[in-house]
Write a protein that binds this ligand. Sequence first.
Ligand code: AMP
Length: 422
Amino acid sequence: MRVLLIGGGGREHALALGLSADPSVEQLIAAPGNPGVAAVAELRSVDAGSPDSVAALAVDTAADLVVIGPEAPLVAGVADAVRAKGIACFGPSAAAAQLEGSKAFAKEVMTAAGVPTARAHTCTDRSGTEAALDEFGPPYVVKNDGLAAGKGVVVTDDRETALRHAAECERVVVEEHLSGPEVSLFVVTDGEAAVPLLPAQDFKRIGDGDTGPNTGGMGAYAPLPWASPDLVDEVMTRVVHPTLVEMRRRGTPFTGLLYVGLAITAAGPKVIEFNARFGDPETQVVLALLDTPLASLLHAAATGTLAEHPPLRWRAGAAVTVVVASAGYPGTPRTGDMIDGADRPGIIHAGTARRAADGALLSSGGRVLCATATGPDLAAARRGAYALVDDISLAGSQHRRDIALAAAEDRISLPGQGGRVG
Ligand code: AMP
């Protein structure tokens, strides 16, 4: 089949590696892609946020399947426009993508579906926000209602900081703070059948020990040796299927990738957020372990035949990815720095560009590269990923040194269960 992949970050490079390795893929086209993706796909330009532009490219490239990586095109209705041309598309409709596009909508669906999640209020003015903050108490959680590239959430003990964030947003969701280790579970779905991938954990804060501001994600690992073996089944039963039923009931079935962000609290798993697409950088580790051909899986979801798809096969061992970010990230990232050491297996490009004059590789975004390695266990995968990081040269770059460290050392404890698990 001919596959058109939309997007140009680290997630899309990981998707491109998976798609191009599927023997059923005759040709992979990526738009806009990036210099890493260029090694495995033909690159085309596109206005990824424009439904007409993507649909026209899908027709022009005679795509049999379009895979949409980022959230913004989904919320803008790109999947609807592609399907209107009669082309299979992996990704939800604009209406269904509101599960990510609006935190208030997601809460409404979760409440209707009886999904365990933090108690929350949607607020549009200072007095409403103050009342909600005081009801839940610190630490305060204030979320911008709309898309904010993973940076719309403030978690703080400082009431003034919480109020300031709310004042900067038109509409916020103020919610109860959930404590416990976080899990990202990706679920491939055709709206009815649903297939979970391996649970993963990502690292949102910029600094070691989960300090500093939130980012798009500084690293990830899979699988989770500390998680209960029943976790995935429990989340499928209590979260995923009720949500899919509710979305069908509303006449807006969710198809594509449902990303369930969870906190494992003393009262069990609770949803922190839904996303409508693969997470970045968890995709880098989850797909590194997936043995089942990716394009055939996504095609089954896009064509309503997921129930007939064979069970997934996984490689043994573990995967770790460490994000190398540019100076200034997550504030104002510096771009245009020369990168050395990125042309090797395991280096996923997230924010890179080639200089037109001489083809030199330059940083072009906040998260620049994701050093990704697999190994027989987390400790080995960490060593592989950090060995790749050590060989990268990028002026002023930052990375966390503790990605997957606590899990590799068996130091993650689940609340309410007497400490260490493993
Ligand atoms: P989100 O964009 O909703 O994933 O939020 C980004 C990050 O903020 C999450 O990964 C959590 O670390 C944190 N967060 C969001 N909501 C909550 C909550 N209710 N309780 C604790 N932490 C939260």
